[in-house]
Unconditional design. Structure first.
Length: 261
């Protein structure tokens, strides 16, 4: 059983688009509430991080974090704050925690916290990122095992978070969306799959006029299909595909085209 606490940041609109990339590098339903305060928000209800700690990591984690961001936590006061739901000690200094998944109960395979964060006052030029922390039975007890960061120049407006067991190993995976807005609703989707002592990115796609979401234990991709002379607002059809985990990657198993007229 898992308890999840999520806080989603306000979605803004700014022009930006990208290409498409499904190549892996190196991912529970999320509830929605109001944005948290600056890196001191205590999710409600406060979790009790009391489950059995994970084993020591066996591989070098992928950590794309700002230079001043923490990667380990052994301070007793900070550990107590995290146990009470205050993630300040795990977030980059001065940042705001925006979307959070907390795994805390004894029945969970892993004891971990995953969250998106944001730093900066300009909504169109903020530094944003996502990080996964796990608890271990050796010192330091809390360590970051995966992270990515979007610099202000990338123009990411918000990072959304959802989760489900997409790889069939009994552990919830994370689907993140880095929204860059624009008339084409552009964004980058990633799936991060955790394991004891590590987490890895196994799916990445950057596109416009597209939606990637979790349906059951699979990914569903909905893409606009334009014919000549179609206005950007009104594609002639949508292509809807189902992607399933085949043990190494997400493979397309079905596809349909839905006309809009």
């Amino acid at each position: 059983m898992r308890r999840l606490v999520a806080v989603l940041a306000l979605v803004l609109v700014a022009p930006s688009c990208g290409g498409r990339d499904d190549t892996p590098s190196s991912s529970t339903t999320i509830a929605t509430t109001s944005p948290s305060a600056t890196a001191t928000a205590s999710p409600s209800p406060s979790p009790s991080l009391s489950s059995s700690p994970s084993p020591s990591p066996t591989i070098q984690p992928t950590l794309q974090l700002p230079a001043d961001a923490p990667t380990e936590l052994s301070d007793p006061a900070g550990i107590t704050e995290v146990a009470g739901g205050d993630l300040t000690a795990l977030a980059p200094p001065g940042s705001t925690v925006t979307s959070t998944s907390v795994t805390t109960t004894p029945g969970d395979p892993l004891d971990q916290v995953a969250f998106a964060w944001r730093r900066g006052d300009d909504p169109f030029a903020a530094e944003q990122g996502f990080v996964v922390w796990q608890r271990f039975d050796t010192d330091p007890p809390w360590r970051a095992v995966y992270a990515f960061t979007d610099k202000p120049s990338k123009g990411v407006l918000t990072i959304d978070l959802d989760g489900a067991d997409l790889t069939g190993d009994g552990v919830s995976d994370f689907l993140t969306l880095e929204q860059s807005g624009g008339s084409g609703a552009c964004g980058t989707w990633r799936v991060i799959t955790p394991s004891p002592g590590s987490a890895a990115e196994v799916f990445k796609r950057t596109a416009c006029d597209t939606e990637v979401r979790i349906v059951g234990s699979n990914l569903e991709v909905r893409e606009a299909v334009y014919r000549p002379n179609d206005p950007h607002c009104c594609p002639s059809a949508y292509r809807v595909s189902t992607l399933e985990w085949d043990g190494q990657a997400f493979a397309e198993t079905s596809s349909t085209t839905q006309t809009t007229s």
